[in-house]
Write a protein that binds this ligand. Structure first.
Ligand SMILES: [Zn+2]
Length: 260
């Protein structure tokens, strides 16, 4: 019976999608609904956290973000992705080592991240990774996993998943991503940064820096929502040859970001 309900929900609502890397996804929330929540959550954060007043830093982060998001239409099979109507990037005056991107196209970078992602290419690898989480509907999938199947997506869409659980909208986006989401975001992010003309090898340096920073007094906040493990760097290296081909082609096209 339960199975029948699931199948019905799948057919009637959004459904059984396939992730960009071919993984089956069970999603009960429409892009529209999760985007509204992502945007609301971002506005809430902007109310609660001071924005960076360092205009050079803000410009730098925007330069890297725009270079990445401009490439989204070049990704294969964009019809299968959740592409927001536009992107907005906010830089927060916090020394936490953290960054995120929310459905609805809202990217947040904390000033503290720049101590760990210390080149434009490393920052691009973080932003590429975050943007990939949005494009691949990871938040919607994660939230769907928490919806009792009997309720189905209709209820979730009407009330909003956050409200349904009595969670603040923020909490919905503060859950850790799974290993498969992390791996997908890494690989898509690698292609995206390479398309934008950022050196994909910087992604390996970034995660090495992140690991080094995690040995300190205050481990990077980002690792609590983006769990890392030893296979991450090996997986990135396995895709590096094709990413370097994309990178070389991007340079030939004149994609040479110069963000400072
Ligand atoms: Zn991640």
């Amino acid at each position: 019976m339960r199975r029948l309900v699931l199948v019905f929900a799948c057919a009637a609502i959004v459904a059984c999608a396939t992730s960009p890397l071919g993984r089956k996804q069970f999603i009960l929330i429409s892009d529209e609904s999760i985007s509204e929540q992502g945007i609301a959550s971002f506005r809430q954060m902007q109310k609660e956290m001071p924005a960076s007043t360092d205009t050079a830093t803000v410009r730098y982060v925007q330069c890297v973000s725009n270079s990445i998001t401009r490439q989204v239409p070049r990704l294969p099979d964009t019809a299968n992705l959740s592409v927001p109507a536009g992107w907005e990037v906010g830089v927060f005056a916090s020394q936490d080592v953290n960054a995120f991107a929310l459905p609805g196209g809202k990217i947040g970078v904390f000033e503290g991240l720049l101590k760990v992602a210390n080149t434009q290419d490393q920052l691009a690898s973080v932003i590429g990774h975050e943007v990939a989480h949005v494009l691949a509907r990871h938040s919607a999938e994660r939230a769907s996993a928490n919806i009792p199947a009997q309720l189905g997506g209709a209820v979730a869409s009407i009330y909003g998943v956050g409200q349904l659980y009595g969670m603040g909208v923020n909490a919905l986006f503060l859950l850790p991503y799974s290993r498969s989401h992390e791996s997908e975001a890494d690989l898509m992010g690698l292609d995206l940064m390479a398309m934008a003309g950022f050196d994909p090898r910087a992604s390996v340096q970034l995660w090495q820096n992140m690991a080094k920073a995690s040995g300190g007094q205050k481990p990077p906040e980002m690792l609590s929502t983006h769990p890392s493990d030893a296979t991450r760097i090996a997986d990135l290296n396995n895709r590096m040859k094709s990413a370097l081909d994309i990178y070389v082609a991007a340079l030939a096209r004149g994609e040479k970001p110069n963000c400072r």
